[in-house]
Design a protein around this ligand. Sequence first.
Ligand SMILES: [Ca+2]
Length: 277
Amino acid sequence: MHRKIVMAVFMVTVLCLGLSASFAWAYNLPWDFTAPYTSDANTVGLWHLDDSTGSTIAVNSSGNGSVLDGTLVDLDPDNDWVAGKFGGAIDLSGTAGYIDVASNQFLDIAANLTVECWVKRDDSAWVSAWEDIVSREGSTSGYLLRYYMYQPACTVGIQTSTGRQSLRVDRYTPGWTGAILDDQLWHHLAMTYIGDILKLYVDGDLVGSTTAPEANCPIYPSGKPVRMGNNAWVGGRPFPGQIDEVRVREIIPEPSALLLLGGGLLGLLLFGWKSKK
Ligand SMILES: [Ca+2]
């Protein structure tokens, strides 16, 4: 009888721990489309892009402060701040100009990364097949969220480089469901790299994912700035359109009530085992 009780406690514990892990990772999903992002404990950088006309600074609203403020480069602060998805946004010509956030250790996120934003692409000819929206790409490192234009279809791609291995989700990814963003409407983009799985979401729908070739495969720090609207490494990949509400997070799983319950039951199990001895 005693053995049956111990086994029951053990099974409940395993179940709770499993559920806890699931709940912890689901903690930040699904995406909220109804309001501007808020800065939570996971937020590294948050740029509402609500900055006033005339401002040359895109203020960071995360707890990391002004060290992550962005600077307007080759933009017109009197005309390029426009109405956005929520509040203001930055309007990029697609030929020059971007927002630059200087490299900082806060941006060295090795794993459990999310990058989110809203975009509204202009109906304009593409300058480059790669239109970088949020980029911290280096030659073999960093991360980026990119609009990948490849005639005749418009697709979205993201890429992380892990050490010497490039990992990306785009139209060539098996199972890719596709995404067309050339309708001049606002779309929500999100990339996640959690548990060695890289995923891309468009308007909340998972459109593609891929798994790192080995476990615990970190994103290699690029030492590059974060650029909104161009590539951080080689430049020349301008995004034509509006970008709003950019958020970069390093997700920290939190212990849930189920995890605590599981831990408690595990303690009972161990106590019962010790008492039996
Ligand atoms: Ca905004």
